[in-house]
Structure formats: C-alpha cells, structure tokens
Design a protein around this ligand. Structure first.
Ligand code: GLY
Length: 437
C-alpha cells in the first residue's frame, strides 16, 4: 500500500518510523528532514500548498495520506484529497474547526452540554471587552479564535501582568485579525496540572493513547518563556503520577462526547487524531484546547509504545472500523534538544551531529525535527532540533536513557535535564495534592 505522510518535523518522523516496515512510504515536507528522507520517497515543498500535495498524491497513486501538522487541515487538504478519492488520516475542513475555530469549539461544548468546559466569551468590539474585563473577578486567558501556530495565547499572570494588559492584547488581536478572525476569545484562567490525552478517532469510535505531560517552559525548573514543548513523559499504567484512572476516563469521555457532537453539528465524521490538552483542577479535568493532530512532543511518547501496527490503526480510521489500540505497559521520557538561545532565533543554522549508533546501543530513539539536511551535514533551523526518547519500566528509567542519549547529540544545543527526574515529578504530585486539599 502506498502511504504519504505530510509534514517535516519529529512528529512526522515518528509517524514515518511507525509505518515504514508495512507500507511503501512517501513524504511531502518543506525541509529535508534526514530521518524521513532516508526511509521514504520524498518531495520537498510547502505542506500548505494543499493542491500540490493532492496532485503529487494522485500522480503517485497514493492510497492514504496522513497529515501531521494542523495548518494544511485548516486549508482543506483532506477535502482536496477527497476530490481524487484519496483517503486521509486527518479531519476534513469542517471537523478540523475543533482546532481552527476556538469559538466553534467552545460553542460545541455549550450546545451539547459537554462537561469540562471553561467560562468563555467571544468579542469583536472594544467596548464589550472593556465592560467584561472591568467586571470580571479573576484572571483570564486571551486567545485568537483561529490558528496562530501555538503562539497567540496569552495568560494573565504569565505573559500579561493584569486584566488591563489583557484588554490591550485583546484589541491587538482584533485589529490585526490575528489567526484570521476579527474576533478574540477570553476564557477564565484555571489552575492545576496540565496533561494531554491523544486519541485515534474514526468519527464514531475513539481509542485513546496513554496520557502524557508536556513541559512548555524553555528552562529547567519550569522557568523562561513558553515554547512548543521541551519534553514530555508518560507512565507505565497509561496514567501520570498525579492523574487517577477516573480523571483520565473523564477526559476521554469529554473527547468521546466531542466527536459525537462534531458529527451532529457538521455532518462530518472526525477521522484522525484528536489531541486534548487538559488542566487537572480540583474539580476534575477541564478542556483547555483541542488540536486536530498528534501532539509534539507527545507523539514521541505514545507511538513508540504502540503494539497495534500503525497501518492497521490508520485503515481502521479511514474505513470507520477503528478497534481498541494497544500499547506496551511501559513509561517513556522525551527530551528536545534545541538551538542555544531558543526560543529566540539567533543561533539557528549551525551544524550538528548525532551519534545514532551510540543512542541505539543505549536503547534510545532519536527523531529529527526542525533541521535541514545539506551536502555537508545536518543544520539546525530556529526551532526544536532533535527529539530523543527513552523507554523503561519507570519514568526514571526512561529518563536515564533519554539523558544519556542527549549526550550523543553534538552542536550548539541545549535541553532540559530536569524533565522526567524525580524532583520535578514530585513537584507535580505535591502541586496536585495541594490543589485537592
Ligand atoms: N505539545 C503541544 C502541541 O502539540 O501543540
């Protein structure tokens, strides 16, 4: 079977690894990712040019396309591929609104009475924003309604000093049509521990993956700016050290209700991966945001643990016959190596080297992310460069493998040594215990 993977990062590299032994693999990517390039037939080009991707698929008799990033979904890549009767693992443009239109997403929770939502309001007028924030008792989160590559969300107490700064930022979102809408969404700020549940969906059936916790702050001790995610862990039982079975099940139920609501509202079956970012609060899991794709780095925790062949899962999704997907009962830790200075872009475009044999001998896995293969080697770009993963009986076993793997990646790079270490995991547990009491 000929399968095309769209996208160029570590997320797409791990997807390709999970398929490479079972399919004739093709890829469509904007940079030459060396990990993907050596295991697939590839075309370099913008993933946003959805017509070109569809034509390339048609010309190569591709039977199924797996879409890695969210932006092509927002441009209707699945609908474009459907014109050539090519099946996709990824939602069509209507179902993808669960990520591409936050007003639609929150409205769905309201209309279908899905639990776990937050108080929110959508605005398009300055006066309404001012009136609302003058009266609102508590901190807020200000978000563009549309896609901004994860960079538009600002939280009072984190990026914004107070609700006055929230007003200014909300106006800026409307003025600049940030994310493509002249609207802004303001939500209540909730306190707790964040966790991710990713689930496969054929539009009727949902099969969840182990829960994962990402670490969005750039520096150790959860310090520094919020980034795309510096690393993540999952635990042996599919839960997290601070997350109970009931809390996990509640999160999955919210996602299950969501795919039913999407079908009812849009008449589209949500086919692909649904990524739920939750905040575990004293009142249980609250849905912070959905993505219409795998998480990055979270996919590097879950796909290497998957026992069901990826191609069987993908066939189940496109045929509407998804069955329960099984995972190894092990823990995993992922760490991202990023260019010095990240998330500033000053130090990108430097040569790095990866001793894959040594990492392999240590039992680690390595995934190439925002790098570019050139004639004389692999160069960083301005974003996360290399993901390494360790799998073990415990998070701490996985951490040791991931950490020793990091020592075999050389260049002007740094990573967070604390991710997956006992001190940080204990801090999370204490935080939740404090919130629960
Ligand atoms: N881990 C954040 C994301 O995938 O968007």
């Amino acid at each position: 079977m000929k399968v095309l993977v769209v996208g160029t990062g570590a997320r797409e590299h791990v997807i390709c690894e999970s398929l490479k032994d079972d399919v004739e693999l093709y890829s469509y990517m904007s940079n030459i990712n060396p990990g993907i390039a050596r295991i697939s037939n590839y075309r370099q080009g913008s993933e946003l040019d959805v017509q070109k991707v569809a034509e390339y698929s048609r010309d190569n008799n591709i039977e199924m396309v797996i879409i890695g990033p969210e932006a092509p979904l927002g441009r209707g890549i699945v609908d474009e591929l459907e014109k050539y009767e090519i099946k996709s693992v990824g939602p069509d443009i209507d179902a993808a609104r669960i990520e591409t239109d936050k007003s639609f997403m929150r409205g769905l929770f309201e209309e279908y009475k899905i639990p776990g939502s937050l108080t929110f309001k959508v605005f398009d007028k300055y006066e309404d924003i001012d009136r609302f924030l003058d009266e609102y008792d508590g901190d807020v989160v200000v978000k563009p309604v549309g896609l901004t590559g994860g960079k538009g969300v600002k939280i009072v107490g984190d990026h914004l000093r107070d609700n006055d700064e929230a007003k200014t930022y909300a106006r800026e979102i409307i003025d600049t049509k940030m994310g493509g809408f002249s609207q802004v969404i303001i939500e209540e700020k909730v306190v707790g521990e964040e966790f991710t549940v990713q689930a496969f969906s054929d539009g009727k059936n949902l099969s969840p993956m182990p829960a994962v916790q990402d670490h969005p702050h750039a520096f150790e001790g959860d310090d520094g700016p919020i980034t795309g995610g510096m690393g993540s862990y999952s635990d042996k039982n599919g839960l997290l050290p601070f997350l109970t079975q009931k809390e996990y099940d509640d999160a999955v139920q919210i996602m299950d209700n969501t795919i039913s609501a999407i079908k009812d509202k849009t008449f589209s079956y949500y086919k692909g991966v649904l990524y739920g970012q939750f905040m575990l609060t004293k009142n249980g899991p609250k849905l912070i945001e959905y993505n219409a794709r795998f998480g990055d780095p979270e996919v590097m925790n879950t796909l290497p643990l998957m026992e069901t062949p990826m191609i069987d899962v993908c066939n189940g999704i496109v045929d509407g016959k998804l069955k329960k997907v099984s995972f190894m009962d092990k823990a995993s830790v992922c760490k991202y190596l990023v260019p010095d200075g990240y998330p500033e872009t000053t130090y990108g475009n430097t040569l790095i080297s990866v001793d894959e044999e040594k990492i392999d001998a240590l039992g680690g896995h390595v995934y190439y992310a925002a790098v570019n293969q050139k004639e004389d080697g692999v160069y960083t770009s301005s974003s996360r460069a290399i993901g390494v993963v360790g799998i073990g009986e415990t998070i701490f076993d996985g951490e040791k493998i991931a950490e020793s793997s990091c020592r075999n990646v050389h260049g002007n790079l740094y990573h967070r040594r604390d991710i997956g270490k006992k001190e940080l995991v204990d801090k999370r547990i204490k935080h939740i215990n404090d919130i629960r009491t």
